[in-house]
Design a protein around this ligand. Structure first.
Ligand SMILES: Cc1cc2nc3c(=O)[nH]c(=O)nc-3n(C[C@H](O)[C@H](O)[C@H](O)COP(=O)(O)OP(=O)(O)OC[C@H]3O[C@@H](n4cnc5c(N)ncnc54)[C@H](O)[C@@H]3O)c2cc1C
Length: 444
């Protein structure tokens, strides 16, 4: 199946005028990790703007600057540090130092692109421009949206990021500082014991495995410290499932209870009273409160406000509530503004929100944008590939890889994806960081 870009939109005339030539890319989907082969650079004087210099934005910037000849490429993000987010669960559970996940965006910026250090506060696809918080209006011919997502602390009444690391409150999300403060709380809790609550909100979150990994690594730490019998642990999913992939869901439904972690179904966290160490859950039987000694708060997540409030977000359907960006789930092109493409955590697709999905999505979004510039068929397809080494203990993990059909698509034939194994742990602990950095350079 292929889709022809109509190049619709108010700037159609200018884009048609762009000098375009070259053969561009051939992209083929294997297990979802796309391989893209540059046949020749596409000559163009298009203005390409990328919003967000995280995992997806840097990968896209490097690929586009290699694959386009003559384009004026701009990336907009005020953030100068780069955080290796997949390492945050290991920081929060005392297995890595925070310094290991800290890096700088400048190291991955390709030569010859403009970096505007600001945040976009308004997306205006009707006029093909964005507005920054420094008052600059930036016009584009093609837009790549890679803003990641926003953690809504206010979605849990009484919660704020300042509370992380105090009064038994942890939250692995957002940055190494939060992860380090979470580790201080988990370290104390696993020394003295008590009641530990591990939460999971409604709606999509980045790395759906992360709340589970924090839970299982905390249990493992209690064991390793010889304090397991001092603690009662509860995992509180918002519905009656633990994971979207059915076989892994079944695995977890056995694994957690077998380790004495009680499952409280239909328990989305809606409030905390930090001084009282009390949490409120919105259950089908009404609001219920539980006292805790440690709580891992995972707030609800959504697309960043400027994107959610823009014409680019889904207006109907299951992704509208989080303001996720509307894209065709296979081509990653916006269906209403066809000079706009998206990838990474910000897009509303049925599966995604991992660095592994970024690795599979960005080559597709870039190949299709380049095809669009060259006025060719959009032939690259994202099949929903996502992956996560689901760490069960220090030294042990499952390698979970699946696609839009929720079918497991294992990359390593010698690793049974349903069995805990040392190899995915070694991938997580030793190898994936280097692969991630190569991805930022658009190399894998
Ligand atoms: C605790 C944790 C554990 C994880 N574990 C794993 C794992 O094991 N495996 C895995 O594959 N993935 C994992 N992930 C997920 C992975 O890190 C993300 O999916 C990935 O970083 C998404 O990339 P992105 O580019 O979409 O977003 P990000 O990397 O978050 O980058 C988004 C960028 O956009 C910028 N931005 C936002 N809004 C604006 C704006 N308005 N204007 C300009 N710039 C803006 C931000 O400053 C940021 O630099 C984990 C994440 C977390 C938090």
């Amino acid at each position: 199946m292929s889709q022809k870009s109509s190049n619709a939109g108010p700037n159609h005339g200018r884009r048609k005028f762009l000098q375009v030539s070259g053969l561009g890319l051939a992209a083929t989907a294997g297990t979802g990790i796309m391989t893209s082969k540059a046949l020749a650079k596409v000559k163009t004087n298009a203005r390409v703007v990328i919003i967000g210099a995280g995992a997806a934005g840097l990968d896209a910037a490097n690929r586009l600057s290699r694959e386009l000849d003559g384009a004026q490429i701009t990336i907009i993000d005020s953030r100068v540090e780069h955080i290796y987010q997949p390492g945050l669960t290991l920081v929060a559970t005392g297995l890595w130092k925070a310094s290991k996940v800290m890096d700088e965006n400048a190291r991955y910026m390709p030569d010859g692109i403009d970096w505007i250090q600001a945040r976009v506060i308004e997306f205006d696809p009707e006029t093909n421009s964005v507005l920054t918080d420094t008052g600059q209006r930036v016009a584009y011919d093609y837009l790549m949206v890679t803003t990641g997502l926003q953690v809504n602390y206010s979605g849990v009444e009484g919660m704020s990021p300042e509370l992380i690391g105090q009064m038994g409150i942890g939250c692995v999300y957002d940055n190494p500082n939060h992860a380090t403060r979470t580790w201080n709380m988990i370290d104390q809790f696993t020394d003295v014991g008590g009641v530990g609550l591990f939460t999971r909100p409604r709606g999509p979150v980045k790395c759906a495995g992360a709340p589970l990994k924090v839970t299982m690594l905390s249990e493992d730490l209690l064991e390793r410290k010889g304090n397991r019998d001092k603690a009662q642990l509860f995992y509180t999913p918002p519905a009656k499932g633990l994971f979207s992939q059915p076989e892994i869901n079944e695995f977890l439904k056995e694994e957690l209870p077998s380790r004495g972690i009680s499952l409280l179904w239909d328990h989305p966290l809606v409030g905390i009273e930090p001084e009282l160490k009390r949490a409120t859950f919105e259950t089908p039987e009404g609001n219920q409160t539980l006292d805790y000694d440690f709580i891992h708060v995972v707030p609800p997540m959504q697309a960043p406000d400027p994107l959610a409030n823009s014409p680019l977000s889904w207006k109907t359907g299951r992704f509208a509530a989080g303001g996720w960006m509307e894209v065709d789930q296979h081509t990653l092109q916006h269906p209403r503004f066809q000079n706009v493409f998206g990838s990474g955590d910000c897009v509303g697709t049925p599966v995604g929100k991992t660095a592994a999905s970024v690795k599979a999505q960005v080559p597709v979004a870039v190949a299709n944008m380049v095809s669009s510039i060259a006025d060719r068929e959009l032939s690259a397809r994202y099949n929903g590939y996502t992956s996560c080494p689901l760490v069960t203990r220090k030294g042990q993990a499952l390698l979970v890889e699946f696609d839009y059909d929720l079918k497991m698509v294992p990359s390593f034939p010698f690793v049974n994806p349903y069995e805990k194994h040392w190899f995915p742990w070694m991938l997580k602990d030793r190898m994936l960081h280097a692969a991630y950095n190569a991805m930022l350079r658009g190399r894998v």
